[in-house]
Design a binder for this molecule. Structure first.
Ligand SMILES: NC(=O)C1=CN([C@@H]2O[C@H](COP(=O)(O)OP(=O)(O)OC[C@H]3O[C@@H](n4cnc5c(N)ncnc54)[C@H](OP(=O)(O)O)[C@@H]3O)[C@@H](O)[C@H]2O)C=CC1
Ligand SMILES: CC(C)(CO)C(=O)C(=O)O
Length: 296
């Protein structure tokens, strides 16, 4: 058996990934931020598109065992603090895989913990926590994992690639992350502000034009940052089609009055645009409008 996979962020996606690794026979150790009730193994029940039950070992973040393989599945705004809570257990040999939506948290980690080996994942699986404490597997999807500049999959990736459905090493992860950023920059704030499902962004001509305008701004910022994004608009519309019935994760956060990931989505794009002196007024407006929606 390979080294254990530690899971930081034991919510919907963390639980789903833990279950998929456990089903594949991998050793999994959960890192919940508070002690699970009863103190015994952490009980997980997955329902929906896949069903299984798991009793998984867990450790407090401040335990002392070194962490060799760490999968981080918190929200973007919690990534740096969550990794900080296990920083003493990480070594230059540790492999950290960051799976949150958005961009910008890698820079926060590099500033606080320079020298960590970071890989990035992007997933189109879907999951949410249910009121009775289960995790509903709501969307089959694929996962791409990679490290900037690393073309071939390193050995540590193999068990992860086999455990998660349709999970492959991505030779150009920077492009994949920019493409996912563009998808989230266009779909998430517009669906949140117009309280609509993803598909409405293609059906309503006014919203469809906004999607095109957001994509245009992103393509220019990305290009100034050295990242060409071919066919961006049609890729974003394909995701809108494929997820037409979804309520985006941001719309769900807004509906529950929870913090959104906007600072790491359109907010990240605008910070890049400012640094590169490229105008991005529409992304800036969307960033502020969504922040206003959830302002205390
Ligand atoms: N859900 C989905 O379908 C998809 C989600 N994503 C992305 O995956 C990421 C995770 O999303 P999701 O699973 O839905 O989010 P959840 O809110 O369900 O889970 C986040 C988890 O992170 C934990 N957490 C927060 N801060 C810390 C910390 N400092 N230390 C340890 N754990 C911490 C939370 O703990 P606690 O339970 O104590 O609050 C919670 O369990 C997001 O970036 C999201 O955009 C991407 C694709 C699809
Ligand atoms: C792809 C999309 C837009 C699906 O809803 C998503 O990633 C999200 O909701 O955060």
């Amino acid at each position: 058996m390979s080294l254990p996979w530690y899971i930081l962020g034991c919510g919907a996606m963390g639980s789903l990934h833990a279950a998929q690794l456990d089903r594949a026979g991998e050793s999994v150790i959960m890192l919940p931020r508070s002690t699970p009730p009863g103190g015994g193994p952490l009980q997980l029940e997955i329902c929906g598109l896949s069903t299984s039950r798991h009793a998984l070992p867990w450790q407090a973040p401040e335990a002392s065992a070194p962490i060799d393989r760490l999968l981080v599945l918190t929200k973007a705004y919690d990534v740096a603090a969550a990794i900080g809570s296990v920083a003493r257990r990480l070594t230059p040999q540790s492999q950290v895989v960051l799976m949150a939506n958005g961009m910008g948290y890698a820079e926060e980690i590099a500033a606080r913990l320079p020298g960590l080996s970071l890989a990035f994942g992007t997933s189109t699986q879907g999951a949410h926590r249910t009121v009775d404490g289960k995790v509903h597997h709501a969307g089959l999807g694929s996962t791409r994992v990679g490290m900037p500049g690393v073309i071939d999959a390193p050995a540590w990736f193999s068990p992860l690639g086999q455990a998660l459905p349709d999970c492959e090493w991505e030779a150009d992860i920077s492009m994949a992350l920019w493409q996912k950023l563009a998808v989230n920059c266009a779909i998430n704030p517009l669906t949140s502000l117009h309280n609509c499902r993803n598909g409405e962004l293609a059906r309503d001509p006014h919203l469809a034009q906004k999607v095109r305008d957001v994509c245009g701004e992103i393509a220019e910022v990305a290009e100034a940052a050295g990242q060409v994004l071919p066919d961006l608009e049609s890729r974003v519309f394909s995701v809108i089609d494929a997820t037409a019935d979804n309520r985006s994760s941001m719309l769900q956060d807004v509906s529950r009055g929870q913090r959104t990931e906007i600072d790491y989505i359109n907010g990240y794009l605008v910070r890049q645009a400012r640094q590169l002196a490229v105008p991005a007024p529409l992304n800036e407006a969307l960033w502020h409008a969504v922040r206003d929606l959830t302002a205390p």
